[in-house]
Design a protein around this ligand. Structure first.
Ligand SMILES: C[S@@+](CC[C@H](N)C(=O)[O-])C[C@H]1O[C@@H](n2cnc3c(N)ncnc32)[C@H](O)[C@@H]1O
Length: 799
């Protein structure tokens, strides 16, 4: 389907039947991760997938030729192929991709169900069609589905519609780019953008991109989904904010982050702070979601053209705000999962007409395998819910409830805007959902740009601040209150002497003093209750202790470590950011930005049983999720080597004592003091594990023999451990440990799994005993009944 898809994309169609439960629309489409792969009950019949208004409206828009209309509608009523993306860290992604390609796909290659061959999962652009019945009844597919469910639960695989993977591909994000995701939750595209920023990552270590990604969503609860999603791709370049994207505040950045083109006025050069402009912005705006009707069947019943009419104003304002935050030469992708021109071409046309200096770009050859139709140049907005669509002459349009931007521009204007460069994707073209993408670019200034290093930017931003003049579109009064440019840009300090932002009266002594204590900050949001962000000084005792305990390299970015608590006294978790994220956090009021998180959590104070047992002084450990980011700074000599036998011991026992390990690991760990260490299990290493309960050696297990099964490690594995006075513990979370065990050994050999299996066996035995007792009682009752009133005894017994 899409030949330019990223390495991590895979697609599988898991469900093919009559249809599934109707959803509530696009924004509610994300489900509980664990349920995401389970097949739903059919509740909407094909016969109910009709909506007169939908058909009349779209026929009137001429979105497709007559010859395509029937196949379009027919495909709209077919269930959507289920696609998924491997989203975990590069280490996990590589393993999972290999597992699917090398283990699951071959195992599924020869499945024949009811006399018909079923195709295995394939990387996009291929597809697999599997009937629900096959999934339920074919043991091979059931196993594959279980694998998907498990990896989805631990967050390494997420269900994502194929078309929804497109916008980030059109953005072409590079590691040095400053990127904004305006409407980001639940975060599937954010994950793709992060992957692009981290294109230089290796299998075990994260890169340290100089770029930035701000992932924003106006829905507070949904920003937590974003944070959760992003935690799987730990990045020092990430910030998550909770703002209305249409009034996203201007972000200040100090001069050090910019280079100025020759001829820039002194007044500008001497300014201490400037507005940050982005290289790439994604506007995946809230929409009516009628392109998702194949999976959100509820939309069939309730669809009305007024859905799109009502969203148009907000969509336009979000796009306009993005345009005002874009760097010259920068790119915006505007996307919706709607096929309604009022939410698509109308928004793009109005935005281009209202803000000069932008153009649509032709991306038709960017993904050669993608089949799409060009954007349309004229449409007829619906005046009401009526099934009859009427157009109005231009002189009557002002009298309607619609605003000017709902209507199409003249054909000459549409030609000049190149609306044909917009891309419309319909379900029948390549068996996907419906989707719309437009790629806008801010024209370069006439003066050729000087060659500048990656981490330095032209002060193009400054010029814009000085000169920007924005023509505002007429917006419908009922849509939303109009937000003026002044409200956002005015908050920039005009004079270099104006103090930096962020008041935090309770800033700790050891923190960098970036706060104007007690000062009221212009634009601060007093209702925003998240903890402040406090950067530790590089010579803070906590940082110095971490450097020495964890054997960190001299180039460890000690100045970029931050803590999050109101007082700054207790340091439990330490986050790491890159320079640009630090600059933004320090130069902007975090409440005004509504900053939820920045950077990534990399270290934590060792607490709990182990520390208490050992009476440990304050010690820090590297978190498993932060390890890829920290690894480049851990001195190689301090990294321990181990084989899979060592890993087996760590998996099979909660707190294995040193004497349980074999040589050479035992001698390597024995003399070391208490603390956190990093262990590398090298690719190609061969190991064994006892089969505890799994299918691989079930026969041996049931005969109480110890099965030793051999495994080979296909990639380097690097993990954190904690050595106490007596034991060595693998420091990864319980579920992640089980997932790792499944990936490496093909079985869950962890202590937790063994205990759970034992518990299940005990319960089973108990219930069998109860059944036994019950049948004895039953037999007694039957016996008694038989003795007494023959014929009524069964009934009594069953009660
Ligand atoms: C289509 S969804 C985004 C999906 C997301 N890009 C992804 O790929 O996972 C639209 C999002 O816009 C958010 N939203 C709605 N109004 C908004 C606004 N004014 N500003 C920012 N976000 C908004 C919704 O909460 C929703 O999460």
């Amino acid at each position: 389907m899409f030949s330019a898809c990223t390495r991590r994309m895979l697609t599988v169609l898991l469900v093919k039947g009559k249809g599934r439960k109707g959803g509530k629309g696009r924004d509610t489409a994300s489900k509980d991760r664990g349920d995401a792969w389970r097949t739903d009950v059919d509740v909407v019949d094909k016969a109910d997938m009709h909506n007169e208004r939908f058909e009349t409206y779209y026929k009137a828009q001429n979105i497709l030729g007559e010859d395509e209309w029937d196949s379009f509608l027919e495909r709209m009523r077919e269930p959507l192929p289920t696609t998924f993306r491997v989203t975990g860290s590069r280490q996990v992604a590589q393993l999972l991709n290999d597992m699917i390609r090398e283990t699951h796909a071959p195992q599924l290659a020869s499945v024949v169900f009811e006399g018909e061959a079923v195709s295995p999962p394939k990387q996009i652009p291929w597809h697999l069609n599997v009937a629900k019945k096959v999934l339920r009844k074919s043991p091979e597919f059931k196993r594959f589905q279980n694998f998907l469910v498990f990896e989805t639960e631990v967050g390494n695989i997420s269900r994502q519609e194929a078309v929804s993977m497109l916008p980030p591909l059109f953005l072409e994000v590079k590691p040095h780019h400053r990127v904004m995701d305006m409407c980001a939750a639940p975060g599937s595209k954010t994950a793709q953008l992060l992957e692009a920023l981290h294109a230089q990552d290796t299998v075990t270590a994260s890169s340290f991109p100089s770029g930035l990604l701000i992932a924003n969503d106006s829905d507070y609860k949904r920003t937590h989904m974003l944070i959760h999603q992003a935690a799987r791709l730990p990045s020092p370049s990430l910030m998550v904010t909770n703002h209305d994207a249409s009034i996203f505040p201007a972000i200040k950045i100090p001069s050090e982050q910019l280079t100025f083109p020759a001829g820039t006025k002194d007044r500008v050069v001497n300014k201490r702070q400037h507005q940050l402009f982005f290289d790439r912005i994604l506007c995946d705006v809230p929409c009516s979601g009628d392109g998702t009707m194949r999976k959100n069947l509820g939309i069939w019943k309730h669809w009305s053209p007024m859905d799109g009419n009502g969203l148009h104003g907000l969509q336009l304002r979000i796009l306009q705000r993005a345009m005002r935050m874009l760097q010259k030469g920068g790119r915006i992708v505007y996307s919706t999962c709607s096929i309604n021109p009022v939410e698509n071409e109308a928004v793009v046309a109005a935005a281009l007409q209202s803000i000069p200096g932008f153009e649509l770009i032709d991306m038709s050859t960017h993904l050669p395998g993608l089949i799409f139709r060009s954007g349309i140049k004229t449409w007829t907005p619906a005046l009401d819910r009526s099934e009859y669509i009427e157009s109005l002459p231009e002189n009557k349009r002002a009298d309607s409830k619609l605003v000017e931007s709902h209507w199409p521009p003249s054909l000459a204007e549409a030609d000049a805007l190149h609306l044909e460069y917009c891309m419309r994707i319909y379900p029948h073209l390549q068996d996907t959902g419906g989707f719309f993408v437009a790629v806008l670019q801010k024209k370069q200034s006439p003066a050729p740009a000087r060659q500048i290093p990656d981490n330095k930017r032209q002060a193009d931003a400054v010029e814009d601040l000085e000169t920007s003049e924005v023509k505002k579109p007429k917006l419908s009064a009922e849509d939303d209150a109009e937000v003026t440019e002044a409200e956002t840009l005015d908050t920039m300090p005009e004079s270099p002497s104006e103090p930096a932002l962020v008041t935090e009266a309770s800033a700790p002594e050891h923190a960098t003093d970036t706060k104007g204590k007690g000062q009221a900050v212009k634009g601060a949001d007093v209702h925003f209750k998240e903890n402040p962000f406090t950067f530790l000084k590089p010579d803070d005792p906590v940082i110095l202790a971490c450097i020495s305990q964890l054997n960190l390299e001299p180039d460890f970015p000690a100045a970029n470590m931050l803590i999050r608590n109101p007082t700054g006294d207790t340091v439990r978790s330490i986050y790491m950011t890159n320079d640009i994220v630090k600059q933004i956090a320090e130069n902007n009021d975090y409440t005004r930005m509504r900053l939820m998180t920045c950077g990534t959590k990399v270290m934590a104070k060792q607490e709990g049983a182990a520390a208490k047992r050992d009476n440990a002084e304050m010690q820090f450990r590297i978190l498993s999720e932060g390890l890829p980011v920290m690894l480049p700074y851990v001195q190689p000599a301090s990294i321990l080597s181990a084989d899979l036998a060592t890993l087996t011991v760590m998996m099979e026992t909660y707190y294995p004592v040193v004497s349980q390990f074999q040589e050479p690991f035992r001698s390597a760990i024995e003399p070391r003091g208490q603390g956190c260490y990093i262990v590398r299990f090298a690719q190609g290493g061969l190991g064994t594990a006892s089969c505890v309960h799994g299918s691989c050696a079930r026969v041996l297990c049931s005969h109480k023999l110890t099965a030793r099964v051999f495994y080979r490690l296909t990639h380097d594995l690097v993990l954190p451990i904690w050595k106490s006075n007596v034991s060595v513990t693998l420091m990864i979370e319980k579920k992640a440990k089980s997932a790792l065990s499944l990936r490496v050994f093909g079985e869950d050999i962890t202590t937790a799994a063994r205990e759970a299996a034992q518990k299940r066996r005990d319960e089973q035995a108990k219930s069998q005993a109860t059944v036994g007792e019950a049948s004895l009682v039953e037999a007694d009752v039957i016996h008694e009944g038989n003795e007494g009133q023959e014929g009524e005894s069964m009934c009594t017994g069953e009660q």
